[in-house]
Design a protein around this ligand. Structure first.
Ligand code: GUN
Length: 166
């Protein structure tokens, strides 16, 4: 399995993502959105849309973070992914991304803008896609501090601390 994982990382020239996992940006629109047209707290212009290939591997996770755009997740290959979502009002739920519709897995799901989310493959690896519009910018990306997030959402404390690295 390690050979398959290494092959995906090398074929797509993936880089380690600050949140965990590996990624390769596959699309960034030439079309731009001017800052004054954006009503969601983004400072400055953004590409209209971006997409990445994202790889999660076993014994690792994508840590709790949030962005200012809705993020559409697409399942491509490997094992199912669990995405833990905590909305700003505290509503917590798990999205199961995968191909087994008989087990309530979905091929596509949306994580709403402003929600905190973390994810993990439930097997050896998962290859997924993540599309955001307005396009991704690290200025809109916030990695959670475990203690602060747990203080804000005490009902999810154990989960939050398990899915944060600092
Ligand atoms: N580009 C770099 N990082 C990310 C990410 O976490 N999500 C999306 N959609 N694009 C990215």
């Amino acid at each position: 399995m390690k050979a398959a994982i290494d092959s995906i990382i090398q074929s797509y020239k993936m880089l380690p993502h600050p949140e965990g996992g590996f990624y390769k940006e596959s699309y960034r629109s030439d079309l731009l959105l001017e800052g004054d047209s954006l009503s969601n707290g983004m400072n400055g212009r953004r590409n209209c849309s971006t997409a990445i290939l994202f790889l999660l591997v076993e014994n690792s996770f994508s840590a709790f973070h949030r962005i200012k755009s809705d993020e559409v997740w697409h399942f491509y290959d490997g094992d199912p992914v669990q995405i833990h979502v905590i909305e700003p009002n505290g509503h917590y739920y798990i999205i199961k991304l995968g191909r087994n519709t008989l087990d309530n897995e979905v091929f596509q799901a949306v994580v709403p803008a402003g929600a905190w989310f973390a994810s993990k493959t439930i097997g050896a690896y998962s290859l997924v896609g993540c599309t955001v519009s307005p396009g991704f910018d690290f200025a809109d990306f916030e990695l959670a501090n475990g203690e602060s997030l747990a203080a804000e959402f005490p009902d999810q404390k154990e989960l939050i601390l398990a899915f944060c690295r600092h």
